[in-house]
Design a binder for this molecule. Structure first.
Ligand SMILES: [Zn+2]
Length: 409
């Protein structure tokens, strides 16, 4: 048998806490063997082109960014001031769009992609804005980036009508064009259109006709009555899209009475709808009207997890009106979620790691749902840390990254 491309000796497996030897061959994990040290049978019996003493590192599958806006990253310097709420963040950002050019979108996007890649992100789903002002400018830039980053980071593109569909004539045709040009999912934002249900029905019909999954911005408010999720559950069942629908934000559910939230969470689990909580934005923009007992503005993470919903998290935005901060490191968001969704145990630290690796892979319908396992793609990151708690709480920046068996950092 051909010798290994890489042998990573004595790293800690983030999922189990055990010392392991990891062999990589032809872009895949060839073996994982528990056991440490020089005398390990694996180390003795396998020859590798490259060998690394990884005893100071913790190994994880490549990180997955589930929800990010590359095309509106790094806009803070162009903003006239701070946005007072979601509505103002949307209108402020829409104003800036007429100043975009393909070069501008590409350079801001690359800045974020390069950072994320260095942090160990090997897969990413990005929401690409399509509207009558930009038309397909952002879309074509994203298609170019998807090719450019091949071999470094798999990029999934969501055709996203940020300004609505029906009160922006021409948007529907542009979305259909993007779907024909290889969209990986159809996006939607029912709270920013003339009629929420009309918007959702259009998105589901379009997704069905192209055989694509749905990835929505949904119920992004503190209003417990804003529950478009109920329509999404019905439409998911109607179109047989169980397991292929994801919703970002879903913060209104966090303001609902717990019994209501639990009942809806159970229905979501049954329809296998994935949730992308976006805490950096949700904590920042929600709760603005509360004058006391200010709400955190998050989706009810615990109730959703308890019901069996696949909850993942994303960065959403980096340095713009929606989120004036951020790094593009999923581990930063993991820590933020640990702190704000009451996830402080060692078991929950491992769950947070799954939420940006194996569970995220399932939500994105991509391979690698088993994580570090023989036969799985060799997308992995070694973090200079002594186990999973140090990974999540310290987020060390010293990381070694492999994509499809090639070391890229
Ligand atoms: Zn978003």
């Amino acid at each position: 048998m051909k010798q290994l491309d890489w042998l990573l000796r004595d790293c800690l497996n983030a999922a189990t806490g055990e010392r392991v030897q990891i062999g990589i061959r032809d872009g895949k994990i060839a073996f994982m063997e528990a056991g440490a040290g020089e005398g390990s049978t694996v180390s003795a019996s396998h020859k590798a082109d490259n060998e690394l003493d990884a005893s100071e590192y913790t190994a994880m599958p490549g990180l997955i960014e589930t929800h990010i806006h590359l095309d509106k990253a790094f806009l803070t310097e162009r903003m006239p001031g701070e946005a007072a709420d979601l509505k103002e963040a949307i209108s402020m950002t829409a104003e800036l769009k007429s100043g975009y050019s393909p070069e501008d979108i590409l350079s801001r996007s690359r800045k974020l992609l390069d950072r994320a890649s260095r942090f160990g992100v090997t897969r990413m789903r990005t929401q690409v804005e399509i509207d009558p002002v930009l038309r397909l400018m952002s879309w074509h830039s994203a298609v170019e980036l998807k090719k450019e980053y091949e071999g470094k980071l798999d990029l999934q593109l969501v055709a996203f009508p940020q300004e609505g569909i029906f009160w922006q004539p021409g948007t529907a045709q542009l979305l259909e064009e993007a779907a024909r040009e290889g969209a990986d999912a159809i996006g939607g934002v029912p709270y920013n259109d003339r009629d929420s249900l009309e918007h959702l029905e259009y998105v589901f019909r379009l997704a069905e006709s192209f055989g694509l999954p749905v990835d929505l911005h949904l119920d992004f408010s503190d209003d417990p009555e804003q529950l478009a999720i109920l329509d999404v559950i019905s439409l998911t069942k109607k179109y047989g899209l169980q397991g292929r629908v994801a919703v970002g934000h879903l913060t209104s559910l966090g303001s609902a009475e717990l019994d209501t939230a639990k009942r809806i969470a159970a229905e979501m689990a049954e329809a296998d709808i994935h949730v992308f909580t976006l805490p950096a934005t949700d904590l920042y923009l929600n709760g603005r009207q509360d004058t006391c007992r200010i709400r955190r503005g998050l989706t009810p993470v615990r109730a959703l997890l308890d019901a069996g919903v696949n909850v993942c998290f994303g960065s959403n935005n980096v340095r713009n009106a929606f989120t004036p901060f951020g790094t593009g490191d999923p581990l930063d968001i993991a820590l933020l979620l640990a702190q704000t969704a009451h996830m402080g145990s060692a078991r929950e630290a491992r769950l947070l790691a799954d939420m940006c690796t194996t569970n995220a892979a399932r939500a994105l319908g991509s391979r690698g749902t088993k994580g570090l396992f023989p036969g799985e793609p060799a997308d992995l990151v070694l973090v200079k840390a002594d186990g999973i708690l140090d990974v999540i709480y310290d987020r060390p920046r010293e990381r070694l990254v492999w994509k499809s068996g090639e070391r890229i950092y």
